[in-house]
Ligand binder design. Sequence first.
Ligand code: TGC
Ligand code: FAD
Length: 397
Amino acid sequence: QASFDWKDPLNASTTFTDEELAIAETAESYCQERLLPRVLDAYRDEDYDIKILEEMGELGLLGAAIKGYSCAGVSNVASGLITRAVERVDSGYRSGYSVQSALAMGGIDQFASPEVKEKYLPGMAKGKIRGAFGLTEPNHGSDPGSMESVARPHPRKKGFYVLSGSKTWITNSPIAEVLVVWAKLESTGKIRGFLVDRSMCPPGTLETPPIKNKNGLRASITGMIQMDECPVPEEHMFPEVEGLKGPFACLNSARYGIAWGTMGALEDCIDRARTYALERKQFKGNPIAKYQLVQKKLADATTDAAYGILAAAQVGRLKDEGKAFPEMVSMIKRQNCDRALVNARALQEIFGGNAVSDEYGIGRHVANLFVTQTYEGQSDIHSLILGRAITGLQAFC
Ligand code: TGC
Ligand code: FAD
């Protein structure tokens, strides 16, 4: 790079390997050529095209950091670059992608038995089996440890459990064939993970109604998981892991992905705002990009995006070496989501009244970024995780 590049101000790309850059290019091309043309209608109609996961599967993008089971087995940095490419188009598309890859496939890869992995992961890697991840409940979001969903031995069928309870705000649940669900084993009161296979559930035992009329993330599909004595074979209970460390281990990967993804959304906001500011003229024919206050908004956002990418890449390298700690993930998830939202809101002002038109895309990113700051641990919750690590004192309750 011979001179300053506002699209990569700190030359982050020089820290990526050739393979990582090639993977990023494949993902960017797919996202710009195949996802971008769909997103405006998808967002307007609140319509998630279920073919998207299969298309991503054909390109080897799903569960890309998983080794084996027809997954690509790429580095965590490469997987972050894919996430950034997807969210550059829309956070909702990234949500569908992350839940499939990091939470559902990631959970199965980390905790299921070898037979269950063999049975489900290759189909999930191709996007032919769609997954969801159910942790949040109507009464327990930030505090999943208080969940009410329970699992008990099937009253009539040996070798099966039955699950009862409700999960809400679950990405992909209405379209998922497999659902990774966390519930308390009635006998011990301990949280366990279960792979619920929709095809094994008799009518009335599993319902996944969509949640409609969202004012953000409209290009993704969200729903509930309602279980009423829903049967699950014993071998579908994750054998080794018990307690909250199960779901949180999955969340470590998904939160890491969001830290990359939100930087993609912010970069798209910068690109759109810069283009608009150069074209829009006010006061004696000057482009508004000439005015200092507009330039400051672009400078702030570009700086935060550049810092955010380098921080995510550093945590990715540490993950690849097995040296990343959950608090590092909390730090980049919180910081990148917060800075993406604050900057996107400031950049939205550059569009004046046109910001209100969905054709300009900026309002969609702002509404989406509010959600990214809320799910997978709302930012204040990550402040408390960091505060606990810094002081040794627990502030949650
Ligand atoms: P706490 O005492 O902190 O921990 C309980 C046990 O879990 C272990 N643990 C972790 N293990 C691995 N990775 C982590 N990040 C971990 N964090 C905690 C911990 O060591 C302990 O293990 P053990 O062996 O001692 O039992 O639990 P707490 O109940 O005090 O937790 C508090 C808090 C606030 C940190 C936690 O509950 C929290 O993070 N809340 C946020 C909830 C959340 O993130 N929900 C996400 C739902 S999924 C989602 O939003 C998907 S959206 C996806 C999309 O569409 O893109
Ligand atoms: P609450 O826990 O009620 O929190 C409300 C507010 O209170 C927040 O600002 C929070 O920070 C604050 N607060 C709570 N406790 C404290 C405290 N001790 N100290 C200070 N402040 C506190 N979940 C899944 O399991 N799977 C999914 O796929 C999934 N997808 C989602 C998709 C969408 C579109 C949305 C909106 C949510 C999704 N979620 C999913 C749920 C998400 O993880 C929760 O919304 C999130 O964890 C927050 O929980 P809550 O909404 O119950 O808020």
